[in-house]
Write a protein that binds this ligand. Structure first.
Ligand SMILES: Cc1ncc(CO)c(N)n1
Length: 225
């Protein structure tokens, strides 16, 4: 989490120096990540054992779909990007890997396994939102302001926010899990935090499959992009 706070992309937000190309890449790739989150949330509904859990996940899925388009339209407008062009971008390498990471536990049909890597991303976003908001440096003229505002005042943060509600489900399910299931869940949580860092990094450098291909094929793969 601290590494995420210190990442140059987040630092550029803090200093109102977000690069327009990095933000455009972030918007397009996060929309693709959000589509994977939609699939994860349908699996959470499908694998719930009570109507109360089904309702929790279905209600959040509905809010997710509303906020995804509202927030990303606002970010696109702030960044002078055409909203109609943002939703059909190629899924780039890091986005591809992170999506696979949150989708991979779906066949397990296990609530703890499916919820943990997905909630880790929400938790990290809430914490980063808090970090940026408490810095008191991100104002309305900052193109990333709607993101910070959404995470602080939206449905995610706070005592009764969805992140805490999902954490409570994780704790409840963890009490019934085997040591091996707990170890897998913990690893999945940490890997999501790592993927979050790489997601900022990919946006900061606008990493594409073309970059990866050139880097691998021209034999100058020195720095891992
Ligand atoms: C990459 C990423 N992680 C977490 C969230 C929170 O839902 C998001 N929208 N995108």
């Amino acid at each position: 989490m601290i590494a995420n706070q210190q990442h140059p992309f987040i630092q550029s937000v803090l200093h109102n120096q977000v690069d327009a190309k990095a933000l455009a890449y972030y918007i397009q790739q996060d929309l693709q990540y959000a589509n994977a989150e939609t699939i994860v949330q349908t699996a959470l509904v499908a694998n719930s054992e009570t109507v109360a859990d089904q309702q929790l996940f279905a209600d959040q899925l509905s809010r997710h779909l509303k906020s995804v388009s509202a927030l990303f339209q606002q970010l696109s407008q702030n960044n002078h990007n055409d909203w109609s062009q943002q939703q059909k971008a190629t899924v780039q390498p890091v986005t591809f890997l992170y999506r696979q990471h949150i989708l991979s536990p779906l066949p397990s049909a296990n609530l703890l396994a499916i919820l943990t890597p997905f909630e880790a991303g929400i938790w990290l976003y809430v914490e980063l939102g808090k970090f940026l908001s408490q810095s008191d440096q991100v104002r309305q003229d900052n193109p990333f302001y709607p993101w910070v505002d959404d995470l602080q005042h939206g449905e995610f943060a706070g005592e009764d926010g969805i992140s805490n509600q999902f954490m409570a489900v994780i704790d409840r399910e963890a009490a019934k899990a085997s040591d091996q299931q707990l170890a897998v869940a913990k690893e999945a949580f940490l890997r999501s935090s790592l993927f979050e860092w790489y997601f900022w990094d990919a946006a900061f450098k606008q990493i594409t499959w073309e970059n990866w291909t050139a880097s691998a094929l021209d034999g100058q793969a020195g720095d891992l992009l």
